[in-house]
Write a protein that binds this ligand. Structure first.
Ligand SMILES: Cc1cc2nc3c(=O)[nH]c(=O)nc-3n(C[C@H](O)[C@H](O)[C@H](O)COP(=O)(O)OP(=O)(O)OC[C@H]3O[C@@H](n4cnc5c(N)ncnc54)[C@H](O)[C@@H]3O)c2cc1C
Ligand code: SF4
Length: 522
């Protein structure tokens, strides 16, 4: 295993080993660039994953203290768990379900297409779908996304068959088992999906793409990549000229270490990434690093989400088979006649009985609730994922009253639904209910959103430095050798699951960083 000394100031330091950081680190290492990935969590390999929802949650999740505020339901139900994120090597690419969709052309130009939506801080991305298309192709090939590169779709489980029956009866046209970064046949040294059904708990067969086993080992094999687990980054250091010079982290014993760096890339997901920049405030940068625009931490997006479960008179056993291999895409268009801008997708979802009890209607009790749980074997489920509006006031700030075990202020996550988000969710609830009723549901449950799985936008890309934090390569407007490499660089959220776009941007960023290092501009 390669190990770089702390005083080696020629390395690129990446904070976080998830979808963004893990991909970027591997791509750079394959190009011959020396990389240290600092990862706060431990290295937990496939054989240690646990097919048990709560035990797996305890093993993998980011459970460091966080606080919340705002009118969103998550603040009421889970005040200290705003987001469902992994703290381990591989990051949330261990938990994720694998749905891998490209953003649509118009979604890169939300301000142009949606106009001036009151209360929304909408902006066009500084890149187009055309510019990102070659990188989407590379990402799909790398991740083995079904229905691309001649890779067949996954088979449909019972949950999909119910979705398909209802969707077809409603007249929806684009219904299939999705574009999934899950092997439908052996590929890239990994086997095909065994239909185990614990996709969220870490795929024990390795069929689902994760940086943990599909990317990082390839980077490590080059001798150019060191992944340093249990290295919790506290702040980024800079010199008098304003260039970043290294990263201070707490090692597994809590001892502070300084890893020097030529370039620093922040990829800690959209709550931790702005938190690190804000916690790195100095005399020269009193509002935090890369924050001359004041936009660090703002425009937090989490997608307009909710789940809907239909109960049928015969068993469905929705938990059997791939969790999210089922999609209806017809509502993903932008059609303001529905009463909102942007669009949404329906995707199959299932949770086990323990999670159903916790998330179906948090706080509920009594006969009605137990009747719902009794009907669990006969349930089919879908998830709504749609574009939410960026708002300046939805933001990550430092809660200086509460400190973590390293003495750093914890992040506070503030979120209020925009009225566009509420209209979209209500439309989706209505359509999903109609879908399950068309398939013969005897009862339909509309579940409220649970802690955020898609966390976006808090260090957003902008053409103009006043409007955002990074340029179109994820390079901060203020500091040339400081980059953002995760979903926090999203200008807007689009209606699709974000990870394919995070990976495409990371591949593109690796080209840019390697090129700029060659030119010695960074
Ligand atoms: C249950 C679930 C299902 C999902 N399904 C899908 C799906 O089907 N499709 C899809 O597109 N997306 C899905 N997602 C979302 C997807 O997992 C994320 O979009 C993606 O992993 C984000 O990548 P990232 O690199 O930004 O962050 P992450 O993958 O979360 O990685 C961030 C890493 O940074 C580390 N880190 C944070 N702070 C520090 C610090 N201070 N020091 C050192 N390390 C730090 C963390 O420990 C973590 O390992 C799902 C998420 C969940 C929870
Ligand atoms: S259903 Fe397939 S992708 Fe999901 S955990 Fe099982 S083998 Fe992995």
């Amino acid at each position: 295993m390669t190990s770089f000394p702390l005083n080696d100031d020629s390395v690129v330091v990446i904070i976080g080993s998830g979808a963004g950081g893990g991909t970027l680190g591997t791509e750079l290492a394959l190009k011959g660039v020396k990389v240290v990935i600092l990862e706060a969590g431990p290295r937990i390999e496939i054989e240690d994953f646990i097919n048990d929802e709560w035990a797996s949650f305890a093993q993998l999740s980011w459970s460091d203290k966080r606080t919340t505020s705002g009118s969103w339901r998550v603040h009421k139900d889970f005040p200290n768990l705003p987001a469902w994120i992994v703290k381990a090597v591989g990051g949330t690419s261990i938990h994720w379900a694998g749905a891998s969709l490209r953003f649509q052309d118009h979604e890169f130009k939300a301000r142009t297409h949606y106009g001036n939506v009151e209360g929304a801080n909408l902006l066009d991305w500084p890149i187009t779908l055309g510019e990102l298309a070659p990188y989407y192709e590379k990402a799909e090939f790398k991740m083995g996304v079904t229905r691309t590169n001649d890779i067949p779709g996954l088979p449909g489980n019972n949950n999909f068959k119910v979705l398909e029956a209802g969707a077809t009866k409603l007249g929806y046209k684009e219904v299939h088992t999705g574009r999934m970064a899950i092997n439908s046949r052996p590929r890239d040294g990994r086997g095909s999906c065994q239909q185990i059904g614990f996709c969220f708990q870490g795929c024990k067969s390795g069929a689902k793409w994760s940086t943990l086993y599909a990317e990082l080992p390839k980077g490590e094999d080059t001798g150019n990549l060191e992944v340093r687990p249990e290295s919790h980054v506290l702040r980024i250091e800079h010199d008098g000229s304003g260039k970043v010079t290294g990263v201070v982290y707490a090692d597994s014993n809590g001892k502070h270490q300084l890893q020097k760096a030529r370039v620093v890339c922040v990829a800690g997901n959209s709550i931790e990434s702005p938190r690190i920049l804000l916690n790195s405030a100095s005399n020269q940068f009193p509002n935090g690093l890369a924050n001359s625009s004041g936009q660090v931490g703002r425009n937090y997006m989490r997608h307009t989400t909710a789940a809907v479960f239909g109960v049928f008179d015969k068993p469905v056993h929705m938990y059997r088979g791939t969790t999210m291999a089922g999609i209806v895409r017809d509502e993903s268009i932008h059609n303001p006649e529905r009463g909102f801008v942007g669009g949404y997708e329906f995707e199959t979802i299932s949770v086990g009985l323990p999670f159903m009890a916790a998330f179906l209607d948090p706080g509920a009790w009594g006969r009605k609730f137990t009747a719902a749980l009794d009907s669990y074997p006969n349930m089919a489920g879908l998830w709504i994922v749609g574009e939410d509006m960026p708002q300046e006031t939805n933001r990550i700030t430092l809660n200086k009253d509460i400190k973590d075990k390293f003495g750093m202020p914890v992040p506070n996550v503030h979120y209020d639904d925009h009225k566009n988000d509420i209209s979209m969710r209500n439309h989706a609830y209505k359509q999903a209910t109609a879908l399950y009723e068309a398939a013969g549901a005897t009862h339909v449950y509309q579940q409220t959103p649970y802690p955020s799985t898609h966390n976006l936008g808090t260090n957003r890309m902008s053409a103009n430095p006043q409007d955002g934090v990074v340029n179109k390569f994820g390079q901060t407007h203020d500091i040339k050798n400081l980059f953002v490499s995760d979903g926090s660089q999203f200008t807007t959220g689009a209606g699709e699951n974000p990870t394919l776009t995070i990976v495409a941007l990371a591949i593109r960023q690796a080209d840019y960083i390697a090129g700029e290092m060659m030119k010695r501009t960074i």
